[in-house]
Design a protein around this ligand. Structure first.
Ligand code: ATP
Ligand code: MG
Length: 432
C-alpha cells in the first residue's frame, strides 16, 4: 500500500436494489461507451461526479468512465475517440456536443519509475495502469471514488464514500498533506465540491489547506484558468468565493484583488463583486449562458476602477484612464491565471463602455446599443446601479431604450453600410 493511503478501507458492494442510481439518469452517450467496452470484454464503470451527483439526486455536469482497457484499446473500439493528456493519457469519446472521458484504471505509486514527481512531491506524470481497487484509492475524495459497474448495475464503494455522502463530508483519501503535495489543485477541488454540494470539508483536510495553500503558486496559469472557471461557473460562485477567501486560497488566484480586499475597500465594490456572483449563479440556475469575460470584468473592476481614478487625477481623460488601467490590471492578473485574449479583450470593452451609459443624448445611445458587447456591458452597468455605484434611473433608461428601439432593420451600426455578398458579422463570444 503506497504511503499516504489508508489501509483500513474495505470494499462495500451495493447491489442493484440497494441504491438509487438507475440507467435512466445516465446519458445515452455514456451508456453506449459503457456497454461497448463491456461487450468487448473490458471492465467498465461510471465513476466520479456522474455517480456522486446522481446518488445525491443532482444532475451531473458530465460522465466519466473508468475501464480496464488501455487508451489504445479504447481507441480501437471507438471511431469518435481522441487520446489526450500529458499527466495521464485519457480517451475522449465524442457524441455531438457531449464528450465522455474514459480513463484506464491506474494505480497510485509515487515510487514507480513511471510516476514523475517534482521536489515538493507534485505528480508531473502518472501513467501506471492498475486494478480497479488501486484506481479507487488514487482518487481525491471518498465520495469521488464510487463506481457504477455496468456489468451488474452495482455500486462499488472502495473508500466509505457512501457514508461520507450521507454525512455530507468531503474526506480526502489518505494523508491530506501528501495528497495536496501530489496535486495542490485538490485544495481548489475541495472548495469547489464543498460549495457545489454544500458539504463540509473534513477537519484534517480543511486544516491542511491553510498549511499547503502556497503550493498553488507552482500550478501553471492555464490549469488555474480551467479550475477557476469550473469553480465560478458551477452555479455556486458566491459560496465558492466566500470559501476561497475563508481558506486563504483566493490570494493564489487573484493576488492583487486579495490585497485590495484586505485594505478596507469601498463597501459598494464588495457588494458589486457579490452581486455579480449572485447574478452568475442565477443565470446558471436559469440555464442562461455565462461568459469568462464578464466574470473577469466583474472581479477585477474594483482594481480597474481604483487605478483609473488615480490615472485621471494625473490628468488622463476618462476613457484613456480606463483603457490604461484595464491593460495594467490584466497584465498582472495573467501571471497567475492565463485568461485567453479573446475574453480579456471583451472584459476591457465592458469597462471602457461604462462611461458611455451616462450619455443618453443624440446618436450616442444607438451607437452603444449596436456595440457587439453591449448586452454584457449593460448587465454590468445594471449591477453597478444595484449596489449604488451608478443611478437606478440611468439603468432604467437603458432598459426602456432597448424596448423602444426596433431591432430590425436598424440592427447595424449607424453609418455602416453592409457590403454586398457578405454574411452579417456575428460576435463570437457573446458575453451574455
Ligand atoms: P464534476 O465533473 O462535477 O466537476 P467530478 O468529480 O466528476 O466532478 P472531474 O474533474 O470530472 O470531477 O474528475 C472525475 C473524477 O476523477 C473525480 O471524481 C475524481 O475521482 C478523479 N479526479 C479528478 N481530478 C483529480 C485529482 N486532481 N486528483 C485525484 N483524483 C481526481
Ligand atoms: Mg466529472
Amino acid at each position: 500500500m503506497p504511503e499516504g493511503i489508508h489501509p483500513q478501507f474495505q470494499l462495500n458492494i451495493l447491489s442493484r436494489s440497494d441504491h438509487s442510481l438507475s440507467r435512466r439518469q445516465i446519458s445515452d452517450a455514456a451508456l453506449k461507451v459503457l456497454y461497448r467496452l463491456n461487450q468487448a470484454g473490458y471492465r467498465a464503470c461510471l465513476v466520479g461526479g456522474g455517480v456522486r451527483d446522481v446518488l445525491l439526486g443532482k444532475q451531473p455536469k458530465d460522465f466519466d468512465v473508468s475501464t480496464s482497457a488501455t487508451p489504445e484499446q479504447v481507441k480501437a473500439l471507438f471511431k469518435n475517440c481522441q487520446l489526450i493528456g500529458r499527466r495521464f493519457r485519457l480517451a475522449h469519446i465524442r457524441y455531438g456536443r457531449e464528450v465522455i472521458e474514459v480513463a484506464t484504471f491506474r494505480s497510485h505509486e509515487p515510487e514507480s519509475p513511471k510516476t514523475e514527481l517534482n521536489d515538493e512531491g507534485r505528480i508531473l506524470r502518472d501513467n501506471t495502469f492498475g486494478s480497479i481497487e488501486q484506481d479507487a484509492l488514487r482518487r481525491d475524495f471518498t465520495v469521488n471514488a464510487l463506481y457504477y459497474d455496468i456489468n451488474d448495475y452495482s455500486v462499488l464503494d472502495y473508500a466509505d464514500g457512501i457514508q461520507d455522502l450521507q454525512n455530507k463530508t468531503l474526506k480526502l483519501i489518505g494523508d491530506p498533506a501528501t495528497r495536496y503535495k501530489e496535486d495542490p489543485v485538490r485544495m481548489l477541488r475541495a472548495v469547489r465540491f464543498a460549495a457545489k454540494l454544500n458539504f463540509t470539508i473534513e477537519q484534517r483536510a480543511a486544516e491542511a489547506i491553510f498549511e499547503y495553500g502556497y503550493l498553488l503558486r507552482d500550478i501553471p496559469s492555464a490549469r488555474l484558468y480551467d479550475e477557476v472557471l469550473k469553480i465560478f461557473h458551477s452555479g455556486y460562485a458566491l459560496r465558492a468565493y466566500e470559501l476561497l477567501r475563508h481558506y486563504q486560497l483566493f490570494q493564489y488566484l487573484f493576488p492583487a484583488l486579495d490585497l485590495h480586499l484586505q485594505s478596507e475597500p469601498a463597501e459598494a465594490m464588495l457588494d458589486f463583486i457579490e452581486q455579480a456572483l449572485v447574478n452568475t449563479d442565477l443565470r446558471i440556475a436559469e440555464d442562461k449562458p455565462v461568459s469568462p469575460a464578464f466574470f473577469f470584468a466583474a472581479l477585477l473592476w474594483p482594481l480597474v476602477h481604483q487605478k483609473a481614478i488615480q490615472l485621471q487625477s494625473e490628468k488622463l481623460g476618462t476613457l484613456p484612464a480606463l483603457i490604461s488601467a484595464g491593460n495594467e490590471i490584466f497584465c498582472e492578473q495573467i501571471k497567475t491565471i492565463s485568461v485567453p485574449r479573446r475574453f480579456s479583450q471583451i472584459a476591457k470593452n465592458i469597462w471602457s463602455m461604462q462611461p458611455r451609459f451616462c450619455n443618453t443624448n443624440g446618436k450616442q445611445p444607438l451607437r452603444l446599443l449596436h456595440h457587439p458587447n453591449f448586452r454584457a456591458a449593460y448587465d454590468f452597468f445594471c449591477i453597478q446601479s444595484m449596489v449604488g455605484l451608478t443611478t437606478h434611473q440611468l439603468c432604467e433608461w437603458w432598459t426602456q431604450f432597448q424596448i423602444d428601439t426596433p431591432v430590425e432593420p436598424a440592427a447595424r451600426p449607424i453609418g455602416h453600410r453592409p457590403r454586398r455578398h457578405r454574411k452579417p458579422r456575428q460576435s463570437q463570444n457573446k458575453a451574455e
